[in-house]
Design a protein around this ligand. Structure first.
Ligand code: ZN
Length: 246
């Protein structure tokens, strides 16, 4: 039997907090991208590499994107410095079938807002609150191995209203110590590509080392991997040929 090709993942991070905030450096000595890549390591069906904003073309050249099945995105301080041409390029790859997983403060990234078409604003409070993530789609591929809920002891609060288009699926809802709730796991399709937004992951908390979070990242990569590709800017040639024969 032919071996199924590995899912090629590019773990992207702006990698700014890690260089400027001692607290973040301490929490993520290899960067948030390093922690996420480690969470995806050791799987026979996944091959992950990292890319950061300070690299030429933000580490997202056409060659890199063409060889990426799933892109994970963490950004916060540097959203405005991401070049629009790179955002265009990533969006195009998503429409063609590349999966994208937008994490935590990536809700305000240019690429997420482009894919959503809305402002993507939300309420927030940085107070190390207890977050309970409740499963609202039991049996969903992204939630394999997750019980009916799990708890992150300390996280930043994100609260509704989260200004996103109605998700295809809302698979997790969070509640916080302060009483707010938030749609923490949401899926959409854009063109041939799958989009997953996953809320947790504030830079000063060790969230990406937590087992349930790592399980969800792994499941999400497998879920978002393309099953087919779509060519965009198709000139409708077959239809034209059909008319020409009439
Ligand atoms: Zn945050």
């Amino acid at each position: 039997m032919a071996k199924t090709r590995e899912i090629r993942v590019t773990v992207w991070n702006e990698n700014i907090h890690e260089k400027t905030h001692a607290e973040v450096q301490k929490c993520y000595p290899k960067g948030i991208h390093g922690a996420i890549a480690e969470a995806l390591a050791g799987q026979s069906d996944i091959q992950a590499h990292t890319a950061t904003q300070d690299q030429p073309e933000h580490g997202l050249t056409q060659k890199v994107l063409d060889a990426t099945d799933v892109l994970t995105w963490w950004g916060h301080m540097g959203h405005g410095d991401v070049k629009d041409e790179i955002v265009d390029r990533v969006q195009r790859r998503v429409l063609e079938g590349m999966g994208i997983i937008c994490l935590h403060s990536a809700h305000f990234s240019k690429i997420f807002r482009r894919l959503m078409g809305t402002a993507c604003q939300l309420k927030w409070r940085e107070a190390a609150e207890r977050e309970v993530l409740w499963v609202t789609r039991p049996g969903h591929e992204i939630l394999q191995g997750i019980d009916d809920h799990f708890i992150i002891p300390h996280e930043e609060m994100y609260g509704e209203h989260f200004d996103i288009p109605e998700p295809d699926e809302t698979i997790l809802i969070s509640s916080f110590t302060g009483g707010e709730v938030f749609r923490s796991g949401c899926t959409w399709r854009r063109g041939a590509g799958k989009v997953f937004y996953f809320r947790p992951g504030h830079e000063t908390f060790p969230t990406y080392y937590q087992s349930e979070v790592k399980t969800i990242l792994l499941n999400a990569v497998r879920w978002a991997a393309p099953v087919g590709a779509m060519k965009i800017d198709c000139p409708h040639k077959p239809e034209m040929d059909w008319f020409a024969k009439k």
